[in-house]
Design a protein around this ligand. Sequence first.
Ligand code: FMN
Length: 251
Amino acid sequence: MIYFFSGTGNSRWIAEELARLTGEQALSIPDLVKDGPTAVYAGAGSSIGIVFPVYAWGAPLLVEQFCKAISVSEGAYVYAVCTCGDEAGFAMRRLKRFYPLQAAWSFTMPNNYIVGFDVDAASLEQKKIDAARERLGRVSAGILARKTEFDVHTGPAAWLKTAVIRPMFNTFARRTKPFYATSDCNGCGICERGCPTETIVMRQGRPAWVNRNCAQCMACINRCPKKAIQYGTGTLHRGRYYFGNNKTNNG
Ligand SMILES: Cc1cc2nc3c(=O)[nH]c(=O)nc-3n(C[C@H](O)[C@H](O)[C@H](O)COP(=O)(O)O)c2cc1C
């Protein structure tokens, strides 16, 4: 079984492709936990994979909570796969502290963190996706062979980033107050339906960000077909990214 979290589709694509190549099933973590904690059990001989995007050199909090609740029997094969724009830091090393990982891989995918940076150039997006498509074969073969392997692009100063900056991100950078919809909003509700943490509700035809669970996954701002969602003023002149929204990404 493969469990995934994804804001803008990169990790969903990787999870679904790995599921197809390994004959497994891919399930969305937010869908599983939306009505409360779900008991997940990995029995002896089973294979269990977690796929997630890297947020501030760590796994999203929701993913960490999900992993902490999994009970893993001896003899189960346990692995994780992350997607990141550039580098994963010690996201996997941290996960291993409370989730008995035997293997981990990273995929470099297009950047979606438009609150911090602009999207990648279209040519770079395509290059990353082409390289990821090729890497899927190697990683799925590793999973099928139940390899014990850590092939993760950690990047420089990984300890500092994961141990020091990541907690600061989780404490201070997940505010929803700067989100707003401009007059271009037509009330379609895609943002509400696509929010994995049910942070958005439509009020009088406009999105409102109503709780503290926001993961900053960037689904709402990147998916809005009218480009009507902004975060302060920083995103006004930045591009938007969603896996498959660039025609060359498809297929
Ligand atoms: C809040 C946030 C923090 C991020 N932090 C990192 C990071 O530390 N390192 C990195 O390489 N990419 C980072 N990214 C980029 C994403 O990990 C990358 O685009 C990922 O593939 C998105 O996956 P998704 O489409 O499944 O949501 C961050 C993105 C977001 C939204």
